[in-house]
Design a protein. Structure first.
Length: 430
């Protein structure tokens, strides 16, 4: 340790502080003495003026203006000096109290208090290693271990350490929902969406000679309808919980909205159309049938999807996407060539999920091994009847009596699959 640091550490008693406090007390005492002398003088003057006034009143029955003014001036001076004396006495008492407290603190830090934390200077000055170092001429360097320092344990600094709570809740994971973005969105103001779809197209158009009858074509349409369905759920909360937990209402609102969106995605993909279920995409999609005239040996998942796209092309539809389960897309992404290289790029950089120049969307609304290909925007439209609505009420069952609240989330809408031929569904035979 450098000698300059040791010399600075030796000065462990804050003499400037003591001198400052004691100096302030001495200055106040001096001022108090001066005020007392002035007050004694003022008291004598007041007495003399009072005696003079009494005599003049007895002699003349009244006082002169000059005597009245002198009396007022002296009484004002007397009152001011009395107030200053009171203030100085109070200040002197405060300084004496501060001086005693400082002396006790310094006494404790000087080692007379049992187990009292020591300042850095006291530890340096009193340490045996430092004493020996100084006695040996203070040449070179030395080290010593700090003891009795303030730490985080109880009885030391630990009593002032409080944990900082993390107020944001750690939410459970949420699935990425994307299927509703694949299809067309619309709105309705009724409980039923009627529409028509073409069912017949017999095209007889052909070259025709002059004077001969033109070939006949025929077309046909049929009426269809998509009834609006409601997706809903409720949860119950006590009035105390709602009042005491500031974030509870927001968290429940978020959770209920997610629950409605999750149920909607499952319905859009796999609703079977029975009861209050939507008639989903997979239920109405055209089943995969390997087109005639093409044979692929040892078909992989990629081969099957390409044949599904071919089926769409032969039906005059241009596909705009593929819908797979996460497991199947992972199996495709991890395919390697004979050299052990990934077919779909470098895993270190990542690639957008695309296959055969089409975007790939993944969902667990359909089972592993199932797939769909199609022109989703052309195939179906989801109509919103009402947006997500979250309501809180105390008027359910025994809620008012039991002090409970019921939160209800609802959304209404319908799915119209207008062109089932624009979707092809199948399973991987892998």
């Amino acid at each position: 340790m450098p000698l300059a640091v040791i010399s600075a550490g030796m000065n462990v008693v804050p003499a400037a502080v003591i001198g400052g406090v004691m100096g302030d007390a001495g200055d106040v005492s001096r001022q108090l003495s001066e005020i007392k002398m002035a007050l004694d003088k003022s008291t004598d003057e007041v007495k003399q003026t009072a005696e003079k006034a009494v005599k003049m009143a007895e002699r003349n029955g009244t006082l002169t203006d000059e005597l009245k003014n002198d009396s007022d001036r002296m009484l004002k001076n007397f009152n001011e000096l009395t107030q200053k004396q009171t203030d100085l006495i109070g200040k002197l008492e405060q300084l004496e109290t501060k001086n005693r407290d400082l002396e006790q603190e310094l006494s404790s830090r000087g080692g007379r208090g049992n187990g009292a934390p020591q300042s850095f200077g006291q530890m340096v000055a009193g340490h045996d290693a430092i004493k020996q170092f100084v006695a040996a001429g203070a040449s070179g360097r030395t080290t010593f271990q700090v003891k009795n320092a303030i730490t985080t344990v109880g009885g030391s600094g630990g009593g002032l350490i409080f944990p900082t709570p993390e107020t944001s809740p750690v939410r459970m994971p949420r699935r990425t929902l994307s299927v509703v973005d694949l299809i067309t969105r619309g709105r309705t103001d009724a409980n039923l969406v009627p529409y028509t779809k073409q069912t017949t197209r017999a095209n007889g158009a052909a070259p025709t000679a002059e004077g001969t009858a033109a070939p006949e074509s025929s077309y046909g349409w049929t009426k269809a309808e998509a009834p609006v369905r409601k997706i809903a759920h409720v949860t119950h909360i006590s009035e105390e919980a709602m009042a005491d937990a500031a974030m509870l209402e927001t968290e429940l609102d978020s959770e209920m909205r997610y629950g409605l969106d999750l149920a909607l995605e499952n319905q859009i993909v796999a609703g079977d159309g029975t009861g209050e279920n939507l008639n989903g995409l997979r239920t109405q999609a055209t089943a995969f049938s390997s087109p005639a005239g093409i044979t692929i040996e040892a078909q992989t998942r990629i081969d099957v999807l390409r044949l599904g796209l071919l089926q769409l092309t032969l039906a005059d539809y241009a596909a705009d996407g593929l819908l797979l389960h996460d497991l199947d897309w992972t199996a495709i992404e991890t395919i390697k060539d004979t050299a052990g290289r990934y077919v779909f790029g470098n895993p270190a950089t990542g690639t957008l999920p695309r296959l055969w120049s089409l975007d790939v969307s993944t969902t667990r609304a359909q089972s592993a091994g199932e797939w769909m290909a199609g022109n989703f925007m052309m195939a179906a439209t989801y109509y919103d009847r009402s947006d997500v609505e979250i309501l809180i009420s105390s008027e359910h069952d025994q809620n008012f009596v039991e002090g409970m609240l019921t939160m209800k989330g609802t959304r209404r809408g319908t799915l119209a699959v207008k062109r089932p031929g624009a979707l092809v569904k199948g399973t991987f035979g892998v």
